[in-house]
Design a protein around this ligand. Structure first.
Ligand code: NAI
Length: 338
């Protein structure tokens, strides 16, 4: 089989590898489509502190089961599946409180262990989620990015009465936007970004207001409108955003962070405690694959609005370079393995 391997930072090869056999409790997936995420590019460029090389990247993938390992009774050959990249131990403290996404021995497919940018991938059977017939292949591959939004929104229980503000109209901001509008029916969702083309995507994904905060300060814009957000999601993840969010938030608001910057954020206690704000963080997903599969079955979200490009996997370098360089035209870039 052919696999896309990052041998070391900046060295990507499409390599012939032996077809892996599923072990006890595993299945082999013949990959059909995979999605490119920022972390794939970070591993390629050597900017992901968790990655070990050589690595088959890719943690967003969909395919068909073509071999079943010993002891697997609930998965069959030919079953269409999308794969949860989060592998957890099941017995540490975070696992015991329903947060396998921060398991003390967390393994993420495509980061710590070989992932889905490959013609075949062997994965734990319990990570392979069956996809209903009425969900198209190119929607099934989008389940993983939407699980990030399911995790973010699941932390804060949004209501129709919320006034939500999302920083960033990249894939993460847009999946969160679709969840807030389509699933939680939040009446007002504002999206801020610096790129007008991305704001146009946010409008197509259901944003009630978009604001280019590179052109006009967000505080001024919200003041003019008399808006105090009750729910703020930072899907842009610059360390300065937290203090701004604290300042802009309504009393009793919730703020969700998604970023991994190691640079400090300067914040004031008074800003948080004075308004009794709740600050949450969200990493990957905690058992959200069935949640998003249900959203798709019910038509509550529309992945088509995020997909901008398809590439045959042989052109993976072109695909990653386009993804990195052209945020105006690119949102979700998919690789096909047919
Ligand atoms: P992206 O880079 O495609 O999108 C970020 C967007 O934020 C861009 O459109 C950019 O113009 C905008 N932006 C940057 N600074 C801004 C500011 N000050 N105000 C408003 N907008 C601003 O990235 P993507 O894929 O959407 O991911 C967003 C962030 O989420 C990344 O930092 C990524 O590391 C993080 N992430 C976190 C995950 C988690 O589980 N916690 C999972 C996936 C991504």
């Amino acid at each position: 089989m052919k696999s896309i391997v990052i041998k070391q930072p900046e060295e990507l090869v499409i390599e012939e590898r032996p077809l892996p056999e599923p072990g006890v409790g595993e299945v082999r997936v013949k990959v059909k489509i995979a999605g490119i995420c920022g972390s794939d590019s970070h591993i390629y460029r050597g900017h992901n502190p968790f990655a070990r090389y050589p690595r088959v990247i890719g943690h967003e993938f969909f395919g068909v089961i073509d071999a079943v390992g010993e002891g697997v009774t609930d998965k069959q050959m030919g079953e269409r599946v999308c794969v949860d990249p989060v592998i957890s131990c099941g017995h540490c403290y975070p696992c015991s409180v329903g947060k396998p996404n921060v398991c003390t021995s967390l393994v993420v497919l495509g980061v710590h262990r070989d992932g889905g940018f490959s013609e075949y991938a062997v994965v734990p059977a319990k990570n392979a989620w069956s996809v209903a017939d009425n969900i198209a292949d190119h929607h099934a591959v989008m389940v993983e990015p939407f699980t990030i939004a399911a995790n973010v929104t699941g932390q804060v229980n949004p209501t129709e009465a919320d006034v939500a503000l999302i920083y960033g109209a990249g894939p993460m901001g847009l999946t969160t936007l679709q969840a807030l509008k389509g699933v939680y029916r939040v009446k007002q969702v504002i999206v801020a970004d610096r790129i007008n083309e991305r704001l146009a995507m946010a409008e197509r994904c259901g944003a009630d207001w978009v604001i280019n905060n590179g052109e006009k300060p967000l505080a001024e814009w919200l003041d003019e409108k008399g808006i105090k957000p009750t729910l703020i999601v930072d899907a842009a993840c610059h360390p300065t955003i937290l203090q701004e969010a604290i300042t802009l938030a309504s009393p009793a608001a919730r703020i969700v962070l998604m970023g991994f910057s190691s640079d400090p954020s300067t914040i004031t206690q008074q800003g948080i405690t004075g308004k009794e704000l709740s600050i949450y963080s969200s990493r990957l997903n905690a058992n959200k694959f069935p949640v998003v599969l249900e959203w798709l079955e019910k038509g509550l979200i529309d992945p088509d609005k995020l997909i901008t490009h398809y590439f045959d996997y042989h052109h993976v370098v072109d695909a990653i370079e386009l993804f990195e360089k052209d945020q105006k035209s690119c949102c979700k870039v998919l690789l096909t393995f047919n």
